[in-house]
Design a protein around this ligand. Structure first.
Ligand code: NAP
Ligand code: HSE
Length: 428
């Protein structure tokens, strides 16, 4: 019989509580799968007196999570969060102490992934992070191992459960952005700081991890364009439907020559395509794997069970001795991808909030025409007398920078009462 794998879990919140609970209640099944027992031997969190999802009263408790790196555990599971501070210190000291590490911390990986991967390789231990991108979807394993034969051309997806939940609920109930965000927080989907979710930062962290796995680039946020969903209104969601689209926050990474174009932005996705049908806190990823073609993955991207499940899968891999370079290539070979993506060419959805006065439409059309942006279709909806009206347009394929410069000129008009909204239309 192989000796037990000794596991210490730091952080007993949504994810850590779930991991501890599975380890304590599903030991027999895990042993069958892993070929050895998975023993929970240590835990740490801030407040020992808190009620937890798992009864950890018989497990050794450490007030200082970093002390776990000096314990006799074989694996440290970091489920505290944050790119610096205790999470970084714990993971680094655990790797230096030749302990395997499992983490769900995409922020940590986005900022320090290359350095930590190099440390894991030098110390011949695992650094595994299936839960860090798209929660329960096994996309890390897929990009690291399963889809490598023909290379990856692009990865795009819905990577933030909170944003997808908010956009879905806004469409279904007409509730405001702020009310739906509160629900997402109560349900345990949102980050401790929810601006990371709604501002696109969390999607960017996950995209950085997926890009590193798919393309062999160092995780790097500086090379990304990042936009969130805070400015999306119920009007945009309704108009999108009228045009046959749905708004989704997408993370997109694709090869452009030697460069990997990476961006996070709300996009119009055609109804009845797989990404448009992804609802609530679900995530989805489309990976274009060269001649092997596109693969579509969908599943729960946030919440206790899916995320804890992904952590357990990593632990079972470690128990079996199955791990390699964290990003699938030696960390020293990861290449830098420092430049921001250039302007994209596609159709755009535009919304203007304007005074309902003569000449306003002509002024908008004139500015767009000066920038060589051609209009494909348009909707104008009247409101109560005296209230601003929304003018909404879809352009023909246009260069992003031309549209942006026309919008800047339009925004300066006295007839335009709010910053115009511009959302790219995804062609597939
Ligand atoms: P959470 O519910 O806020 O839990 C955080 C845990 O860390 C709590 O148990 C907290 O202790 C503990 N903690 C905080 N500071 C600590 C310190 N200095 N020393 C020891 N423990 C400390 O967070 P979570 O949602 O489980 O997320 C954990 C990680 O998983 C994050 O990196 C997150 O991005 C990632 N993740 C989360 C999800 C999700 O659906 N929630 C999905 C994928 C990835 P107390 O309980 O005593 O306050
Ligand atoms: N806050 C994240 C989300 C948790 O909403 O997707 C999962 O990483």
């Amino acid at each position: 019989m192989n000796k037990p794998l000794r596991i210490a879990v730091a952080g007993l919140g949504t994810v850590g509580g779930g991991v501890a609970s599975v380890l304590l209640t599903r030991g027999k099944e895990l042993e069958e799968r892993a070929g050895r027992t998975l023993d929970l031997v240590g835990v740490s969190a801030r407040d020992k007196s808190k009620n937890r999802a798992a009864n950890v009263s018989k497990i050794a408790w450490e007030n200082d999570a970093c002390a776990l790196a000096k314990s006799d555990a074989d694996v440290i599971v970091e489920l505290i969060g944050g790119e610096e501070g205790i999470a970084y210190d714990l993971v680094k000291s655990a790797l230096l102490a030749k302990k395997h590490v499992v983490t769900a911390n995409k922020a940590l990986l986005a900022y320090h992934g290359a350095e930590l991967a190099a440390l894991a390789e030098e110390n011949n231990v695992a650094l595994k992070f299936e839960a860090a991108a798209a929660g329960g979807i096994p996309i890390v394993k897929a990009l690291r191992e399963s889809l490598i034969a023909y290379g990856i051309d692009s990865v795009r997806g819905i990577l933030n459960g909170t944003c997808n939940y908010i956009l879905t609920q806004m469409e279904a109930t007409g509730q405001s952005f702020a009310d739906v965000l509160k629900d997402a927080q109560k349900l345990g989907y949102a980050e401790a700081d929810p601006t990371l979710d709604v501002g696109g930062g969390d999607t960017a962290h996950k995209l950085a991890v997926l890009s590193a796995l798919a393309f062999g680039v160092t995780p790097n946020l500086k090379s990304m364009k990042i936009e969130g969903i805070e400015h999306i209104t119920p009007d945009d969601i309704r108009f999108a439907r009228e045009f046959g689209y749905r708004i989704k926050l997408l993370g997109l990474a694709r090869k452009r020559g030697d460069h990997i174009d990476q961006r996070v932005q709300p996009a119009m996705v055609k109804l009845a395509t797989p990404l448009a049908d992804v609802e609530g806190p679900f995530n989805a990823v489309v990976a274009n794997a060269g001649e092997a073609g596109p693969f579509f993955f969908e599943g729960r991207g946030a919440g206790e069970a899916p995320t804890a499940g992904a952590v357990i899968a990593d632990l079972v891999d470690i128990a079996r001795g199955s791990f390699g370079a964290p990003f699938g290539r030696p960390a020293k070979r990861l290449t830098r991808n420092d430049t921001q993506p250039g302007p994209r060419s596609c159709a755009f959805y535009l919304r203007f909030e304007v005074l309902d006065v003569p000449g306003v439409l002509a002024e908008i059309a004139g500015r767009l025409s000066e920038s060589e942006v051609s209009i494909e279709s348009m909707i104008q909806r009247g409101r109560a007398p005296g209230e601003p009206v929304a003018i909404v347009m879809i352009t023909h394929e246009s260069v992003e920078t031309s549209v942006a410069s026309a919008l800047k000129a339009i925004a300066a008009s006295a007839k335009v009462v709010a910053k115009p909204c511009m959302i790219p239309m995804e062609s597939r």
